[in-house]
Write a protein that binds this ligand. Sequence first.
Ligand code: PHE
Length: 352
Amino acid sequence: MDLQELDNLLSETRENAEKAIAEADTVDALRSAEGRITKGPLADALKNIKSFDAKERGAAGQAINKAKNEVKQLFAKAQETLKQADLEGERRKSANFDPTLPPPLTRRGSLHPVTIVQREIERLFRGLGFAVVGGPEMETEFYNFEALNIPAMHPARDSQDTFWLTNGWLLRTHTSPCQIRAMQRFGPPIRVIAPGRCFRYEALDASHENTFFQLEGLLIDKDISIAHLIAYMKLLLRQVFRRDVKVRLRPGFFPFVEPGFELDMSCAICDGAGCATCKRSGWVEILPCGMVHPNVLRYGGIDPHEYTGFAFGLGLTRLAMMKFGVADIRILNSGDLRGIVHADRLRGERIA
Ligand code: PHE
């Protein structure tokens, strides 16, 4: 190669660089074009410097290096210009920001309807001097049945279909075992409530689940009568529904209370007209209750001649259904939020 040829090559390279710069619209594209040009023909020319006459080699080397620097500067300038343009674009974009536009909608989570009702009742009873206690979901036959005056072979055991575990353990069928545990733990006088999950081996339908929540209440003191029981139950329902709720009291049999009652409320889903939730009767059993049976007091280590008390087993899940107008109990154990619509909206839309 002679100097003339080199000169041609270098100006061609410069032109290529300018063309590449004009075409590149991102910093990355610029970088790769720069690499292609400086590493290609310019590097080759330097490598072949020996092909020049010895006396021309110095001039050739200088020309190549000069061209290389020029190309580098061209690219550096182009990169700077592109960066500026990007910044300008950003600035223009943020100039379009409108602080008066409403923010994008985000759906916030909320507490489960059962939790809401549970907390409300806990607050009420705490204010009345009750302690909130828990109990194991896996229970022994003793606490779930025997100490509640339901001996083995007693037909009452059949009214609560039980999930039996191995070794005589079971999944508690109600929160009533908490009564015995509270008696043993605290001794009289006692004021406790015990909310919790219960299990029954049931066929599922709109008003039966194999997993549901109850809230047990127990008050034991001297001279406690049915009048106390009824007063507390009325207070409880008024607090939850914030209005007077139509109720009826029927005799109810539970081996651990005597006398025992079923407190029903007018179905809030259909307003007493009859629907799937209340099995077309217009009433829902919501608050079984009664005076603690002397045998149960004895099992709990309390002298029934000295103390009396009342107990109730509020159907927490059912109460949440009534309060929030959930027509099918199965919805409460599923992740489907569409069924959680307030009763007012449900009426007429879904209830025949
Ligand atoms: N444990 C009973 C049930 O689940 C309800 C109940 C509790 C009844 C307390 C009376 C007193 O059916």
